[in-house]
Ligand binder design. Structure first.
Ligand code: P1T
Length: 380
């Protein structure tokens, strides 16, 4: 099956044996009748498993070319499950530019439990290699990164991980499996904030993991069930529905992203524009190699490099909504330093370019002309 067919049919065989419903019913139930203790029809309690969630998990596995999908109550809950694979004394090498909440989970929660994190710029593989020692258990890659749009060579990192028998996890939230499939490039775990493009309509908070390896899937399933951060059936239904139009939405996100990025680049009141589709973007060649398009996420600075001009700009936007999050049908604008990345100390975030004049756009699927008009009026 090719990708556009998979988003609609992948893992969805025999979805409703009872009546043949084309979409799985929302099994709004916490538990299931047993005929004798332990005698059930595949589900016993909805933390352990629910048919609607199961349909979604199979779809997730299918579109990422994996074997096992696991859904969680949020993207951070999915990451939390990955981190619970490890023990005190274990070390993790992570990209230094990543979602602020991911950084907070690593440093604010798991460091306390004795896991050591190294944050490095992953444009140079040698920097990752420098941090690897016998305690290193995981490399955490986010690509393109949030919000600086750095592109990390998944295949190159996976070769390094394999050589050292370290797991590689890739946060594929920005790219989506429409543009990039990390498991095909050698990653062991692919993670999503399904809140974003997979859900696609800004109406659900959810996370997911997909893996190929049976043993790793079993360990993650154990954590999913034992820790219990699972999504409900209604949300599972919504994300499954969202996935069915992922390919169409992503096409438009990419087209609008390209138009908005070029408009910003040409505008005299704009400073730097970060979008991997530009030939002069340092990760452009890698993006061309591992992605099938450049997406609709763009970050840029204002020309005068001041917080004031950035804040004024986002306040003036009318079609773009000033809000956290990304990946929905509607265009959003954010000020990372005071919103999504406020949990990273100023000194740390400025090292990676998250300065006070930085604005992040999630370009939606509206008419391109309206988006550009809106930016034009806001830039004055
Ligand atoms: O919000 P949640 O579903 O828990 O996902 C966390 C997360 C993980 N990884 C990436 C790359 C993300 O962008 C996010 C969430 N990000 C935002 C809310 C944001 O506006 O950047």
């Amino acid at each position: 099956m090719k990708f556009n067919t998979k988003v609609i049919h992948g893992g969805q065989e025999n979805i409703d044996p009872a009546y043949g419903a084309v979409m799985p019913p929302i099994y709004q139930t916490s538990t299931y009748k047993q005929s004798t203790p332990g005698g059930h029809k595949g589900f016993e309690y909805s933390r352990s498993g629910n048919p609607t969630r199961d349909a979604l998990e199979k779809a997730l596995a299918s579109i990422e070319n994996g074997k096992h999908g696991l859904a969680f109550g949020s993207g951070l809950a999915a990451m939390d499950a990955v981190l619970k694979l490890f023990n005190p004394g274990d070390e993790i090498v992570s990209t230094n530019d990543l979602y602020g909440g991911s950084y907070r989970l690593f440093t604010g929660i798991f460091e306390k439990f004795g896991i050591k994190f190294h944050f490095v710029g992953m444009d140079d593989i040698a920097r990752i290699e420098e941090k690897i020692n016998s305690n290193t258990k995981l490399i955490w890659v986010e690509t393109p990164t949030n919000p600086m749009m750095n592109v990390i060579d998944i295949q190159a990192v996976s070769q390094l991980a394999r050589k050292n028998q370290i797991l590689l996890a890739v946060d594929n939230t920005f790219a989506t499996p429409y543009l990039q499939r990390p498991l095909d490039l050698g990653a062991d775990i692919v993670m999503h904030s399904a809140t974003k493009y997979l859900g696609g309509h800004s109406d659900v908070v959810m996370g997911s993991l997909v893996v190929k390896d049976d043993k790793l899937a079993q360990r993650l399933y154990y954590i999913q069930n034992a820790s219990g951060a699972v999504p409900g059936p209604q949300d599972s239904f919504l994300v499954l529905r969202g996935i069915k139009t992922l390919h169409l939405r992503m096409q438009r996100h990419c087209e609008n992203g390209a138009a908005v990025a070029q408009f910003l680049k040409d505008h005299p009141k704009v400073g730097k524009v970060y979008w991997p589709g530009f030939e002069d973007h340092p990760g452009h060649e890698t993006a061309k190699k591992q992605m099938t398009g450049f997406g609709g996420m763009i970050s840029f600075t204002t020309k005068d490099d001041s917080k004031q001009s950035a804040v004024e700009l986002v306040e003036k936007l009318r079609v773009f909504t000033l809000a956290e999050s990304l990946g929905g049908v509607e265009s959003l604008a954010g000020h990372p330093a005071s919103m999504t990345h406020a949990s990273i100390p100023k000194e740390e975030r400025e090292k990676t370019g998250v300065v006070d004049s930085l604005i992040r756009l999630s370009v939606g699927i509206e008419d391109e002309e309206d988006l550009i008009e809106d930016l034009k009026q806001a830039l004055g």
